[in-house]
Design a protein around this ligand. Structure first.
Ligand code: COA
Ligand code: AMP
Length: 636
């Protein structure tokens, strides 16, 4: 049976130039492309080579020019500050042009980098769009990262200017941003010339004379700047994401392919039209925030919600329903963990009944595996399709989804349905590199070329791009997720094949945490693993082996390593549990048996590996886990 999905998918794979060339007609180009897809420098591919456009023009000015000037572009809804503020497309154009003028006045030019370290306030989106307007490359850093992580990104991106705010608000707590910013600049080898700081009334910060500018003052005297032409292949942004070491990867997004794919995805994947209200409850610091709070809904001419709050506690577990009803949201996107938090506080969904959700059509979830309980709870209480879709920072948009704009498939629990157009998803055996049978687990890989909007490379590091993603399976992009495709063509994403874990939908590297633990003077050896957690999906747990002769109390050392991770990565790591063990279980060749430790921690049955050097260690690990409230009920 053929449906619109089958037709679109097949064409996107067999005639990518025709398929995406047609999608690109929806974008305003200053100059049309010479070639839709350029594969002349393999393994690198470039989309819309020769094309010239401006992403900010397409996301903002174009809508003003075509009659949407009075339509709300952004609704900032902030339960933590009791604020609701709407920016129409015309207002967003003015603000963006003014801030672009501020950046220009500070010497920011096309190709220069600007780091944005801000909480969930409209100025974060305005700063992003302002960069796009003048062809500067933004790099947004999530507010929950510590100064050290920010410093790493400063060193790699070498920004001319940084944009920040005086504080963020975490439920009831005011988090001062300025000390983190100052600390990061102090640590960084590459120093930005200027910092532009938005002073929030809850906590003003001391500005550094000669370096810092006050956002409001700078805006008051700004000369608005126009959109500049940029090449389709020029970088729009860099977004750092966890790699397998402490050095994050700078995922690059281009202008042309990104604009084409994201605008197209609003209808094809989410079935949302211009003029409708779309809400991604995430953070601008993550890829979901880049793609679906800022760029895609604005490119499409939708109203996007920028929500500064949490699913619970701001003020209660009904806040999502309040926002959906008050702003007439048609489609929402968040991470399953947000729904687990709501379900925990309001298991019977009583608060949902208080609100009129008649405009609400669909809920999309991503960022981590969607557990069947959460899926059933959301579907049962909301009465709308609940759609699991799978993607990554690198891909920029969904690899697999039930593309509602094409065909509404029956959902299978545990599956993000089928590959979206453009994603030639395969499952290969990691050893033989050959395709596996339907239903067999293997490495999830995508046959090149990747569709528009996916990363063309890593910032200043083509070599790492090739090594990380393209080398292991020649001709394919390695997602580093393992899974299978069943006989009906549904994909199932089971686990990462590297050391990345997903904590409350936030992507973190256990390898990076191990690097920190190893720096503790008393630690001889360590391992960090992602252990199952009923709220956050996974949380990291550390195992440390102390150096011979260390006599200090173990609790002190544990507290110190916990603090080190919080100080160096940030609170977002949620690294709260660690335990001291005498030794780590290893194979005879010295490889730590992470899978086995994980099963013990997750209370799962396991077979003692034949290669283990000393099976007695497993009992010691279990006892150590018991002391921190884990591994209590494993089937023996
Ligand atoms: N700035 C500063 N600190 C931040 C922060 C930010 N932007 N975001 C999170 N933190 C802090 C939190 O305050 C918390 O600190 P604590 O250890 O002192 O309590 C810590 O980082 C961990 O945050 P988080 O993992 O988010 O846990 P939480 O208990 O605060 O909230 C949820 C749990 C489920 C409510 C929350 O994770 C959530 O809303 N998730 C939605 C999913 C999401 O947005 N995913 C993004 C990809 S779609
Ligand atoms: P991030 O780059 O932060 O978006 O994280 C990407 C990783 O999150 C993926 O490689 C997966 O491991 C995981 N992930 C994202 N969405 C899903 C999903 N729908 N199902 C299972 N895992 C997911």
């Amino acid at each position: 049976m053929t449906n619109a999905y089958d037709l679109a998918f097949e064409r996107s794979i067999n005639d990518p130039e025709g398929y995406w060339g047609e999608a690109a007609e929806d974008i305003v180009w200053i100059k049309r492309w010479d070639k839709v897809l350029d594969g002349s420098n393999l393994p690198f591919y470039r989309w819309f080579v020769g094309g010239v456009l401006n992403t900010c023009y397409n996301a903002v000015d174009h809508h003003v020019a075509t009659g949407r000037g009075d339509q709300p572009a952004i609704i900032y809804d902030s339960p933590v500050t009791n604020t609701i503020k709407t920016y129409t497309y015309s207002q967003l154009q003015q603000e963006t042009a003014s801030f672009a003028g501020v950046l220009k006045a500070q010497g920011v030019e096309k190709g220069d980098r600007v780091i944005i370290y801000m909480p969930m306030i409209p100025e974060a989106a305005i700063a992003m769009l302002a960069c796009a307007r003048i062809g500067a490359v933004h790099s947004v850093v999530f507010g929950g990262f510590a100064a050290n992580e920010l410093a790493t990104r400063i060193n790699d991106a070498k920004p001319k200017v940084m944009v920040s705010a005086s504080c963020g608000i975490e439920v009831q707590r005011v988090i001062p941003y300025k000390p983190l910013l100052d600390g990061a600049i102090e640590m960084a080898k590459s120093k930005p010339q200027k910092c532009i700081i938005l002073q929030r009334p809850m906590l003003k910060s001391e500005l550094t004379p000669g370096r810092d500018l006050d956002w409001q003052e700078a805006m008051a005297s700004a000369k608005p700047a126009d959109c500049v032409p940029v090449a389709a292949t020029d970088p729009l942004y860099i977004l750092y994401t966890s790699g397998t070491t402490g050095e994050p990867k700078g995922v690059v997004r281009d202008n042309g392919g990104h604009a084409v794919a994201l605008k197209w995805s609003m209808k094809t994947v989410y079935n949302v039209d211009a003029g409708e209200v779309y809400w991604a409850a995430s953070d601008v610091g993550w890829v979901v925030g880049h793609s679906y709070i800022v760029y895609a809904p604005l490119l499409k001419g939708c109203t996007t919600i920028l929500f500064e709050g949490k699913p619970v506690g701001t003020p209660d577990a009904g806040v999502f329903w309040r926002v959906i009803s008050q702003h007439r949201v048609s489609t929402m996107f968040t991470a399953p963990t947000a729904f687990r938090a709501i379900k925990r506080e309001d298991p019977k969904g009583e608060l949902i009944k208080k609100y009129d959700l008649s405009k609400f059509r669909a809920l999309f979830l991503a960022g981590e595996r969607l557990d069947p309980d959460t899926l059933k709870w959301a579907r049962g209480h909301l009465g709308v399709p609940v759609i699991d879709h799978w993607w990554q920072t690198e891909t920029g948009w969904a690899i697999c989804a039930n593309c509602l704009g094409l065909h509404d498939f029956d959902i299978k629990e545990g599956s993000p349905t089928k590959p979206a157009p453009g994603w030639n998803l395969k499952v290969l055996d990691p050893e033989s590199k050959q395709p596996v049978k339907a239903g067999d687990i293997g490495a999830l890989v995508v046959k090149l070329p990747l569709p528009p909007g996916a990363l063309p490379t890593l910032w200043n590091n083509d070599k790492r791009f090739v090594e990380s993603y393209l080398e292991e399976f020649e001709g394919y992009y390695k997602t580093a997720d393992a899974g299978f495709i069943d006989s009906d063509g549904y994909a199932f994403v089971m686990s990462r094949t590297d050391d990345i874990i997903n904590v409350a939908g936030h992507r973190l590297s256990t390898g990076a945490m191990e690097e920190i633990l190893s720096d503790h003077p008393d630690v001889a050896e360590c391992a960090v693993l992602g252990v199952e957690d009923s709220l956050k999906g996974q949380v990291p747990v550390g195992f440390v082996v102390l150096k011979a002769g260390v006599k200090r109390p173990e609790t002190e050392i544990v507290a110190e390593v916990v603090k080190m991770v919080r100080d160096r990565i940030g609170p977002v790591a949620s690294f709260k549990k660690a335990t001291v063990v005498k030794r780590l279980p290893k194979t005879r060749s010295g490889k730590i048996l992470r899978g086995t430790i994980q099963k013990i921690a997750d209370n799962k049955a396991f077979k003692t590996p034949a290669t283990i050097d000393d099976p007695a260690i497993l009992g010691e690990i279990e006892a150590a886990l018991n002391t921190i409230g884990l591994a209590g009920s494993r089937p023996k």
